[in-house]
Design a protein around this ligand. Structure first.
Ligand code: PLP
Length: 379
């Protein structure tokens, strides 16, 4: 301990079954502790190239501009709008939870004319309503939506929404933060123009990096801009040059979070080893296991069956139960973190995430047992 009397921080072991972060795979945590090397070291550069290839695998696309942004997923959201929107552009934004609303707020701050299409929280985005909105007046520059709405546990049909936007001549921004690695994200097949995710959810890596992928069509539009990007750090052209696979054109942009990138590389390697299909099935299996257990406790999920995300379960809090007290006891007595509701769902739902490394039967058994004990004592 130094003269300021501050001891070393030693965090408790908590089972993270909330909306994220989830517990990284232990092998990924070990990767964080590997020796730091220079971010321009050729061996590091080689690892950056491999990370890009692994991300193309995860996003199921061949887009050259696929990379992890050195920032949390909200920054990828900001990156998307600052590169694809100019002041005065029209943006159609679907909102069925907190993160759709965040998209709208970012687009507004960008100076865009934002039209929000609001949907009930806990429900998927309705493609018919989107199609109607796209047909009114001149097409918007882009359609933006959240594929996996972590605040409500609802999953929307990204393939259909991208198709409708393209038919109307609009670009698409797809938030796949909670989806990537847990449910299908097919950025290539959907022709999603800009799709982004987060490291801390179904990828089993620590928080702080935001993988993203830009389709060639959107990249062309970005390259054709005559004004410079309003953000220096998020300028897609500068970042692309930094992450360029060609040794000659790679140019310094910022100091990469070296060890964080080791962890992401490791987690993607593990995902590749497991296989995407198997990872998606694993998430579905534990979701079913959780659902059965919740059923025996008399608990139900908010979204209708066909609109549910397997990796994020919004559980309705029974009448008369103190939502926050249950969460607090799960944390303090059982070392399990689950999430509470946000916005209009505050106090009304618990959010149980079974993401990435935590999408395992043992995690489900542990949370069900703990939940049954704390609920028993609260009634
Ligand atoms: N989008 C969605 C769907 C999210 O769930 C989150 C975080 O939970 C974000 C964006 C923002 O991610 P971050 O907290 O890493 O900035």
């Amino acid at each position: 301990m130094g003269s300021w009397g501050v001891p070393a921080f030693s965090p408790p072991e908590v089972l993270l079954l909330g909306p994220g972060p989830s517990n990284p795979d232990p092998r990924t945590l070990l990767a964080l502790a590997r020796p730091t090397i220079g971010h321009l070291d050729p061996r590091f550069v080689q690892m950056m190239d491999q990370t890009r290839s692994l991300l193309r695998f995860a996003f199921q696309c061949k887009h050259s501009m696929t990379l992890p942004l050195s920032a949390p997923a909200s920054a990828a959201m900001e990156f998307a709008f600052v590169n694809l929107l100019a002041a005065g552009d029209r943006a159609l934004i679907c909102t069925n939870g907190v993160f759709g609303q965040r998209m709208a707020e970012i687009a507004r701050r960008r100076g865009a004319i934002v039209q929000c299409l609001d949907f009930e929280w806990g429900r998927a985005i309705d493609p018919e309503a989107v199609q109607k909105a796209l047909q009114i007046g001149a097409p918007p520059r882009l359609l933006a939506f959240v594929q996996a709405e972590t605040s409500t546990g609802a999953q929307s049909d990204a393939a259909t929404l991208c198709r409708l936007a393209h038919q109307a001549g609009a670009l698409t921004i797809v938030d796949s933060v909670t989806a990537l690695g847990g449910t299908p994200v097919e950025a290539g097949m959907w022709e999603a123009d800009l799709c982004y995710a987060g490291s801390q959810k179904c990828l089993s890596a620590p928080p702080g990096l935001a993988p993203l992928s830009i389709a060639p069509r959107a990249l062309e539009q970005i390259q054709m801009r005559t004004d410079s990007c309003a953000s220096w750090f998020f300028d897609a052209g500068l970042l692309d040059a930094y992450w360029s696979e060609s040794r000659q054109s790679r140019s310094y942009h910022h100091t990469a979070p070296v060890n964080q990138l080791y962890a992401l590389h490791q987690s993607l390697q593990l995902l590749e080893e497991e296989g995407l299909e198997e990872a998606w099935q694993r998430h579905r299996r534990v979701h079913k296991q959780l659902l059965e257990g919740l059923g025996t406790l008399g608990l139900q999920l908010l979204p209708p069956e066909e609109e549910r995300l397997p990796q994020l379960n919004a559980v309705l809090v029974p009448e008369g139960v103190d939502e926050a007290a249950i969460r607090r006891r799960l944390l303090l007595e059982h070392d399990i973190e689950i999430g509470g509701g946000l916005g209009p769902l505050a106090g009304k739902v618990w959010r149980i995430g079974l993401m990435g490394y935590n999408a395992r039967p043992a995690c489900v058994e542990r949370v069900l047992l703990a939940l049954s004990r704390v609920l028993e004592r609260s009634l």
